[in-house]
Design a protein around this ligand. Structure first.
Ligand code: GN1
Ligand code: MG
Length: 376
């Protein structure tokens, strides 16, 4: 074990002990998931014999700068879902309080939170087929319905403009123009940007061609024609836990971006990830695209739950939600590639550029299937 790993394991052990867990700590191991936080699982001897596991997350404070606000949103959502999950046949994430009764703590300078680990489940990075897609859309549909009557003013916007198409476009444009201002001055930053921009030439051109989609949604959003609702904000297939035996959807996880947004964002994010025909960072973009069959199952499942609560305009724009969110996430990956991989990080060269290209290939593929998606 390298020094870094062992010291971060020690930090996770110290943090785990700050939470109100009974029994003896037996083991902790890292769980490499997600782009944002560091996650650990601990195992404890349970009171009545046997063992119990917990999930500890070291919160990324460069992204979530106000941890108190983030955790307040999560407390609201997990409490609300906890009230309605049983009747729907689902489960809700359960936060474990700290020894002082708070929802998070600081340990050795870092911010940590803990959830009960939900046993006998599996998460999927790739969709196994229509049935799973349908179940995914239904659990997120239930999620929206459960939060629909909550008072939105209780929620904090933990990452400003997180869902705003125009904001994502501006971040991309700013990365380009800041980088361009440095090119030619022979600084290492300028040279690195020129190299990254040259590699991304095709992706940059594609993004510019798709600006109409951003404008379309921005127009409706700014006029209030698309209503603001409490959304999940990261409705990837792997944020649903499925029962390891029956395969039924059991629990929605990753409540970090639960805040006011718009439902089509969540539906679009479901499409971009669940109906993807490749991994999110597949280097061979000829494999990237969107499965029409999976799209149809997602639309059917989502409409079963949301048909009565979405507006006619939201229904009309449903088929464009997938392209929009693939474009937005693609823009974010591309922006990160251009600015040195500082947000999502990268475990290999050009990973964020590959991620952007996959999203853009999906946008292009969905454009070709627009009529079929419209009819779903
Ligand atoms: C990030 O870390 P993870 O995988 O839960 C990101 C989402 C993106 C997603 C793309 C707070 O989520 O917005 O859609 O990566 N989360 C944040 O895979 O930026
Ligand atoms: Mg997430």
């Amino acid at each position: 074990m390298s020094d870094n790993v062992s010291s971060s394991q020690e930090a996770a052990i110290a943090a785990a002990r700050c939470f109100a867990i009974e029994g003896e700590l037996i083991d902790t191991e890292a769980l490499p998931r997600g782009h944002i936080h560091q996650t650990w699982i601990s195992t404890w001897t349970a009171h009545a014999g046997g063992k119990q596991r917990f999930l500890h997350q070291r919160i990324n404070e460069s992204i979530f700068q106000q941890v108190g606000r983030l955790m307040s949103n999560i407390e609201l959502v997990s409490r609300k879902l906890g009230q309605s999950c049983e009747a729907a046949g689902y489960e809700a994430m359960r936060l474990v309080p700290t020894n002082q009764g708070e929802s998070w703590c600081r340990s050795a300078g870092a911010a940590w939170r803990t959830y009960e680990f939900i046993e006998n489940t599996r998460a999927f990075d790739r969709c196994t087929g229509s049935e799973q897609a349908h179940a995914t859309a239904r659990i997120f549909g239930w999620f929206h319905a459960s939060l629909a009557e909550m008072d939105a003013s209780l929620f904090h916007e933990t990452i400003p403009n997180f869902f705003s198409p125009g904001h994502r476009w501006l971040q991309f444009q700013t990365a380009l123009s800041r980088g361009e201002a440095l090119v030619g001055d022979e600084s290492s930053v300028g040279r690195d940007f020129a190299r990254r921009r040259a590699l991304a030439k095709d992706a940059i051109a594609f993004a510019k061609d798709q600006h109409w989609l951003i404008e379309l949604f921005d127009r409706h959003l700014s006029k209030g024609e698309i209503p603001s609702r409490i959304v999940h904000g990261d409705t990837k297939l792997n944020n649903v836990l499925f029962d390891a035996e029956s395969g039924a959807a059991r629990c929605v996880v990753d409540l970090d971006t639960c805040m006011p947004g718009f439902s089509l964002y969540d539906f679009g994010d479901m499409v971009r990830f669940t109906a993807a025909t490749s991994e999110e960072d597949e280097p061979d973009t000829s494999l990237a695209g969107t499965s029409l069959e999976v799209y149809r199952a997602l639309a059917a499942g989502y409409l079963e739950c949301a048909q009565d609560s979405i507006s006619p305009l939201e229904r009309e724009l449903l088929h464009l939600a997938g392209p929009l969110v693939s474009l937005l996430i693609g823009l974010r990956f591309l922006t990160d590639h251009l600015t040195g991989d500082t947000y999502f990080g990268a475990s290999r060269e050009n990973q964020n550029l590959d991620r952007a290209r996959v999203q853009f290939a999906q946008v292009a593929h969905m454009e070709k299937m627009r009529d079929e998606m419209l009819g779903a």
